[in-house]
Write a protein that binds this ligand. Structure first.
Ligand SMILES: *[C@@H]1O[C@H](CO)[C@@H](O)[C@H](O)[C@H]1NC(C)=O
Length: 378
């Protein structure tokens, strides 16, 4: 792969990018004609509609590691395939059985093994990805021509943070409407790729792959805006009539942002995507709400929850939502000095001007670029 990259000169890479964008825009025009409202309304994250979607796949360079893991796990999985019993299979997949060690030394399995890549699910995509992906990781974005301007800012910002990058575009298939995003993602995972899913109302300021932990099935940016809301807290509910037991403790965490998350190709990840897609195909719901419910709700009578999905909340100052930026960061002399990895304009409807202002502020050093905007929408 490295050799191939050397051979691909900058100009060649540049032309491929242009071609990809052109394909995206062309198809987008057709779809914009058929579906004038597109899928990208001011309300962020509303379900995608079917045909007006293209997938743009970008690959950035990053550190390895997964490959070795894949090989080790592959062998174990092959052995596991021979077993019949489900639990036995899982046990073999997860590895040796151990006695628990002494106090303080015990850790649960942190990183689920990756699945065996299955190219038969989409040989054509498999071939494309084999050519463009370096470490089995990709950025995937769904977009159409209605968001062309945003896509340009998005894309330019990515190009800036990583030179070595190839792109391809493809159209979405005939999938159930609102679950489309999750069904598309499933294919990438099945092919053995980790995906950084990205909305296009996002500005890239650093290479995100340098800031991932890769220790969880899902690693997501948060809609939270401080330590409590982003990372979880004990929210005490007060019911004075209960007297001695008036305080009930509840667990709260602000939702993960389903417009920017890194998902590893594991069984729990794929199960999560399937569960979300399935629910979205049967009911009208906000995909972000469904994504969080499936990820967090435990099993209970009448419901079997998602087992064993490990989750990690991204640093909300590095993977910054626009509420954090406009309500807090821009007013704080110290926080202003931080350089986020991305800024997601998810909390505001006038996305393009705010995205441009983010570029002015962080890239071009224009200190007052963020000032014209109110904290919220007007
Ligand atoms: C938030 O948590 C970080 C460490 O996780 C800590 O350094 C920081 O001081 C905390 N901020 C506040 C306002 O408590």
């Amino acid at each position: 792969m490295a050799g191939r990259r050397e051979k691909n000169g900058q100009s060649f890479r540049g032309s491929r990018i242009t071609v990809a964008i052109a394909i995206g825009v062309l198809l987008g025009c057709v779809f914009a004609f058929l579906y004038p409202h597109g899928f990208f309304n001011p309300a962020p994250n509303r379900p995608f509609s079917n045909s007006d979607v293209q997938v743009l796949i970008l690959d950035l360079k990053k550190n390895a590691e997964l490959q070795k893991q894949v090989r080790e796990i592959t062998e174990k999985l092959r052995l596991a395939e021979q077993g019949k019993d489900h639990a036995q299979k899982q046990f073999m997949v997860l590895g040796e059985q151990h006695k628990a060690g002494p106090f303080g030394t015990v850790k649960g399995l942190r990183t689920s093994p990756t699945v065996i890549p299955d190219e038969s699910v989409n040989p054509r995509l498999a071939k494309i990805l084999e050519e463009v992906a370096l470490q089995k990781e990709l950025i995937v974005a769904l977009a159409n021509s209605n968001v062309k301007s945003m896509l340009e800012v998005w894309f330019t910002s990515i190009k800036k943070v990583d030179e070595g990058m190839d792109t391809v575009a493809r159209t979405g298939g005939n999938h159930a409407v609102s679950g489309l995003k999750f069904r598309i993602l499933r294919e990438f995972l099945q092919l053995g790729y980790s995906v950084l899913l990205s909305d296009v109302d996002i500005v890239y300021l650093q290479n995100p792959f340098d800031h991932l932990y890769r220790d969880s099935d899902v690693e997501s940016m948060t809609d939270g805006h401080n330590n409590m809301t982003a990372y979880g807290y004990n929210d005490v509910f007060d019911e004075p009539a209960m007297g001695w037991a008036r305080y009930a403790h509840t667990m709260r965490i602000w939702v993960y942002n389903s417009g920017f998350f890194y998902i590893r190709p594991t069984m729990p990840s794929i199960e999560l995507l399937d569960r979300v897609a399935d629910r979205l195909s049967r009911q009208t719901a906000w995909d972000q709400a469904v994504f969080n419910e499936e990820l967090y709700f435990p099993s209970h009578p009448g419901y079997v929850g998602l087992h064993a999905a490990a989750k990690r909340t991204m640093d909300f100052y590095l993977f910054m939502n626009s509420k954090v930026l406009f309500k807090t960061v821009r007013k704080d002399p110290n926080l202003r000095k931080l350089k986020p990895v991305i800024v997601h304009v998810n909390y505001h409807p006038n996305k393009l001007p705010r995205m441009k202002a983010v570029v002015e502020f962080y890239v071009n050093g224009k200190k007052d670029a963020l000032e014209p905007f109110p904290d919220g929408s007007e």
